[in-house]
Design a protein around this ligand. Sequence first.
Ligand code: GUN
Ligand code: ZN
Length: 425
Amino acid sequence: MSALPLRVLRGRLLQPHATEPRFTLWPDALLHLDDAGRITSVVAAPPGCPTPETWPGAVLVPGFVDAHLHFPQTRILGSASGPLLPWLQTSVFPEESRFADRAYAEPVAATFCERMLRQGTTMAAIYSSSHPGATDALFAELDRRGMRALAGLTWMNRGAPDALVRDTADALAATEALVERWHNHDGGRLRVCVTPRFALSCDEPMLRAAAGLAERHGLWIQTHLSENPDELAFTAQAFPGARDYLDVYESFGLVNERTILAHCIHLSDEEWGRLAARRAVIAHCPDSNFFLGSGCMPLARALAEGVPVALGTDVGAGRTFSLRRVAASAYDASLVVGAPVSPEVLLWLATRGGAVALGLGDQAGCVAPGYAADLVALEAPPSGTTGGAALSTLIDALLFQHDAGPALATVIQGRVRWGASPTRS
Ligand code: GUN
Ligand code: ZN
């Protein structure tokens, strides 16, 4: 579904601010796009405007950004064998082992991309399995769908079945080949991300090699940090010289402003300070954190410390591909820790904030001239209120009405990639 690029769109619009976590509501906006799918103008539709509403009754929001999820866990989403370490052994590793077979991975890649697009996700940071064929299949599918992504072959050389572990030289060679084939594909729409699974999966030479590879090619890095108390205890045993969990990664040069760290639940005050100083990104995954009983990341604190934050589904510990559901979980988690974060801030983190956090803030995530037209049309109740109340009523409905269906349409760079054909003038 990638018909001709749209040249004009009309509808209710939630427009994010570029740098502050807030939105402007346009009751009836008219957007013009160029033939490359970039927005050239956003204006209020004039009286008697001949352009019909593109998706009648819908509200347009920027495409959602999923800052953390696992492609080879698509089929085991919802497996309730937590907490983290037994869940990995029982549910995850047997399934990820099947991705050694590219023929198994290919249809899963198609399902995986479709499930993201159905929920309005246009950009993501993705873990593949530890297999080159499956990872190539994932990139090929992302490319076919026009999606924006950071994705990486998962590095692990211990603590998992033979079908998943790969020695450092092998992981390095496989990732170098993926860099050659896919990194910066289509003007940077697809990028290869260095992906050491977590400290317990990688020995010291592997972590050192991961940092070296990222440095050589200017690649982003993604890993997991401080998710579960047993994981913390085993990590301290495995790296007795490290002052804390963050230091394991820091000491190898793996933590900088191009690093995405999933979870970050059980950090010490000292770790918070160092994380903020290094400008690494937290991928906050509250639905997964609830499902595995991992705990609540203190989101208000992260924002107050100035740490860049994006939201992640963490499929398949997360039970949904919907960033709206994840934003709702983030709201619940913020209540649990007694420091509520507003729905408006959460919607911004799920869209514009995610694009900035993943390094694509100059191309996408804004609905303004010069940005790619990456948009989602969502079904929304008509607003009976006006002014600020209309904005908050609408955002509350988008995040908290869980029975709302998938997106009506998902548009990337001006092309409909999922959902209803637009009404054309
Ligand atoms: N830590 C290491 N691997 C994983 C994973 O696949 N999911 C989650 N939630 N945490 C992890
Ligand atoms: Zn994860």
